[in-house]
Ligand binder design. Structure first.
Ligand SMILES: Nc1ncnc2c1ncn2[C@@H]1O[C@H](COP(=O)(O)OP(=O)(O)OP(=O)(O)O)[C@@H](O)[C@H]1O
Ligand SMILES: Nc1ncnc2c1ncn2[C@@H]1O[C@H](COP(=O)(O)OP(=O)(O)OP(=O)(O)O)[C@@H](O)[C@H]1O
Ligand SMILES: [Mg+2]
Ligand SMILES: [Mg+2]
Lengths: 256, 256
């Protein structure tokens, strides 16, 4: 039984990649077989796991645009139970190339079909936009996990994101659910953070994960070493909370 | 004599909107007539200046897609010498609508032609992507200002951004220059910030603005009040540095 979760929010810099890298690494450590798919042309998820984009020959671009089987693109990440579908700079042109392709929104879903059964979780890291790459991820996914930064601008875009999810549900993927909302970069010293948490809890209620991710400099240092937080500083607050989040994702999945 | 500056970086959350709002507001306070154009479908620049998107009837979308003259879309921001071309949610569909339009990359440049002479500066806030909205902004601009967050992932995307600028220079806008690079969210307590500053200075040399923007919570609180930092807390460190940046932008412009 495998679950495909898209990690999406068109607001930039809210912690999508940081969540994709660290959540997938901890799910792997807890014995789950995990595939993380990087559909962001920036490729931060790929480099956050320590892989140099220059070394990569085939990427998610080739599966989306040239129908190369995903099996040929998947590579080991080097971390326990964690495989990666890397992104490279080719992906930057994919959104325009997809516009005129047949069933352009379902390319990723079709590519994942033959391999998803090999994993308990497939996590998809999305770019900061609601274009065809994110729509492909939402069409391929069983659910969507939304990181929300504890800042004012991050609240603004939620309406648009929920609109897009509803559009995908009615036209492309009726079974798409909201996995939940994860509050990120929480800074208890500021009123702003506290106000955002209250707003988000009012709107999303039980869909808000109990685990709140605080601002923690170790989380932003880890990618420069190409390591998930557990490999960089397992005793840090950042590592603790992402371990808790992984447990909560597993528990919530079992309750359904 | 007017100068059009695009504020662009496809990495999300690096301070594009914060720079657009506060730099334009201070240039206005210093007696320059300024127009700020919000081409991000999220519309953070519009709401950061206190305008409610629901009240807005015509936006940049109508000028790009329906050729409505920009004069009919421009509205006063409520701040000294500062006008705004607002963004609304319609813009979310513009990228796909633009793909098949004639001379799709030059829509914004043509729309700005008749009005740019009324302003000393036109600043364009871009979304976190290198799609057709950002390409429109780069085609319309005389120069591009790149905010770079002092974090690892923010360094990664620079190559792609410079590639896109070069492509625009060779195919769409030969006179496009690099206005400069502004380092943002600098946190002197972390080695990471210091390393990023060194890397960026090595690569961009004299193109790096002397003014470095520190992380300052007042900057993230101001948008929730719909005010530029000068209106929210003029004595804060955030206000000081954006005032300094405005002076530096003016001085650099005069030296050329
Ligand atoms: N909890 C945290 N504490 C401190 N820094 C963080 C935290 N989460 C993420 N960061 C840092 O903040 C920046 C933005 O995070 P990240 O890149 O994961 O966001 P994103 O949503 O994937 O961005 P984009 O929209 O560009 O894809 C990164 O430099 C990252 O290292
Ligand atoms: N110097 C700063 N200190 C503290 N917070 C800041 C600073 N600059 C920006 N912020 C906050 O960080 C977040 C990201 O900044 P901003 O929205 O301006 O970036 P952006 O590049 O425009 O994002 P996007 O890619 O989504 O358009 C916002 O919540 C903003 O209020
Ligand atoms: Mg990311
Ligand atoms: Mg912005």
């Amino acid at each position: 039984m495998s679950k495909v979760i898209a990690i999406a929010n068109q607001k930039g810099g809210v912690g999508k990649t940081t969540t994709a890298v660290n959540l997938s690494a901890y799910l792997g450590e807890m014995g789950k077989k995990v595939l993380v798919v990087d559909v962001d042309p920036q490729g931060n998820c790929t480099s956050g796991l320590g892989l140099s984009r220059r070394r990569i020959v085939k990427s998610v671009y080739h599966s989306l645009i040239e129908q190369v089987p995903l099996k040929e693109v998947i590579m080991p990440s080097g971390f326990t139970n964690l495989d990666l579908v890397p992104s490279t700079i080719d992906l930057a042109g994919a959104e325009i190339e997809l516009v005129t392709a047949l069933s352009r929104e379902s390319k990723l879903r079709r590519a994942l079909e033959p391999v998803r059964g090999n994993y308990s979780y497939v996590l998809i890291d999305c770019p900061p936009s609601l274009g065809l790459l994110t729509v492909n991820a939402l069409t391929a996914a069983d659910s969507v996990l939304v990181p929300i930064q504890c800042e004012f601008y991050a609240l603004e875009g939620l309406g648009q994101l929920m609109n897009t999810i509803r559009l995908v549900q009615s036209h492309l993927n009726p079974s798409l659910e909201l996995e939940g909302v994860v509050l990120t970069m929480f800074d208890g010293r500021t009123n702003l953070s506290i106000q955002v948490v209250e707003e988000v809890k009012k709107y999303f209620r039980e869909k808000v994960f109990n685990t709140i991710i605080p601002r923690n400099v170790r989380l932003s240092e880890a990618p420069s070493h190409g390591l998930p937080i557990g490999g960089y500083d397992a005793k840090s607050r950042g590592a603790e909370v992402y371990r808790e989040l992984a447990k909560e994702v597993i528990e919530r999945g079992e309750k359904r």
